[in-house]
Design a binder for this molecule. Structure first.
Ligand code: UT7
Length: 323
């Protein structure tokens, strides 16, 4: 019998209090305005991890909530994948740090996926393959980021966009679908339009390890790639867009979300939108939006959802889910 992978629990975590646009502008003496940020991005506030709080700390809170929702104990988990581009250390991975913090001792594999804002859909589609092949029965898939640590506060075109947070799902083997279809892609020719182009050498940062972005190029690429991959995933599952209950897109910019929904001929009320309160939390944005929509009762069991992510690399993908 075919093994499906079903999401059995979701969780998320946002650190600290919301930081409004005006508070951010005042704190960093930015030549910007609440009006510009809201109109061009839809963002009104974001959260930042306090000093000393790391990506694995955020991942731990989100993971605990997802495990509780799935009624799972840490040692029920036989696969841990964390999508992040802002790990605590160069190594070991956030996934193994999370494993230790959870008190997880059954020896299951744990590893990170680095596909930036496309990371969660990558991680989810990989976990699905582990489950489909019978290698795993219960996977913990997390997106967690502390992008605040990589922001250039003098660059108004990027520093107003990002926030910190984490989201998680428990994915379990089931006779019932589950994940209906998924697709992931990358095109490295676009690596320079969004990057943090630095590295460590002799323990010192070399180059420019802060976020650099050609916003307009990213915007255009994102709208086209997200619409194409959404269509590819829906076709693979033979599902017309009108049968979707919810689009759960990467939360980078309300205008990208609206443009993607329009291309799919989906009404705006079918889009889960959290960007106004979370900003862009990179790999955490999709599971954060998913968990919030589940906990507020918008997304219900058996709803059909299309999860979508896109990020630097460029990487992108989507996962079609019967919740
Ligand atoms: O997670 C995936 C990665 N991220 C994305 O998906 C982001 C994709 N890109 C975007 O969301 C948008 O391109 C931005 C929000 C980054 C920028 O919006 P835009 O409408 O493309 O603005 P722009 O870059 O064309 O800039 C328009 C003007 C410029 O001024 P001039 O040259 O026309 O005088 C910018 O300097 O807006 C200026 N500007 C700002 N003004 C006030 C840029 N940032 C700000 C700011 N406040 N924070």
């Amino acid at each position: 019998m075919k093994i499906y992978a079903r999401i059995t629990g979701t969780g998320s975590y946002l650190p600290g209090s919301p930081v409004t646009n005006n508070a951010l502008i005042a704190a960093h003496h930015l030549d910007s305005s609440d009006e510009w940020i809201v109109e061009r991005t839809g963002i009104r506030a974001r959260h930042f991890a306090p000093e000393g709080v790391t990506t694995s700390d955020l991942a731990l809170e989100a993971a605990r909530r997802a495990l509780e929702a799935a009624v799972c104990q840490p040692n029920d988990i036989d696969l841990i994948i964390v999508a992040t581009s802002t790990p605590d250390y160069v190594f070991p991975s956030v996934a193994t740090l999370l494993q230790a913090k959870l008190g997880h001792t059954n020896g299951a594999p744990a590893f990170d996926i680095q596909a930036v804002c496309g990371g969660f859909v990558y991680a989810l589609s990989i976990a699905e393959k582990f489950i489909q092949t019978g290698t795993s029965r219960c996977a913990l898939v997390v997106g967690a980021e502390t992008f605040s640590r990589m922001i250039d506060w003098k660059d108004r075109s990027t520093c107003v966009l990002f926030g910190d947070g984490a989201g998680a799902v428990v994915l379990e083997a089931s006779d019932e679908p589950g994940i209906l279809a998924s697709a992931v892609h990358a095109d490295g020719r676009y690596h320079s339009i969004l990057s943090a182009p630095g590295h460590l050498c002799g323990g010192q940062p070399i180059g420019d390890p802060l976020i650099r972005m050609d916003g307009q190029a990213v915007f255009k690429f994102a709208v086209r790639a997200l619409a194409d991959v959404a269509e590819e995933t829906l076709v693979a599952a033979n599902l017309p867009p009108e049968q979707l209950d919810w689009l759960v897109p990467h939360q980078a910019n309300i205008r990208i979300i609206q443009a993607t929904a329009k291309k799919l001929r989906l009404p705006p009320e079918k889009c889960i939108v959290t960007v106004e309160r979370h900003g862009n939390t990179s790999a955490a944005s999709v599971p954060l939006a998913l968990d919030e929509a589940v906990r507020t009762g918008k997304i219900k069991r058996r709803d059909t959802l299309l999860l979508e992510g896109i990020g630097a690399g460029f990487t992108w993908g989507s996962v079609l889910v019967r919740f």
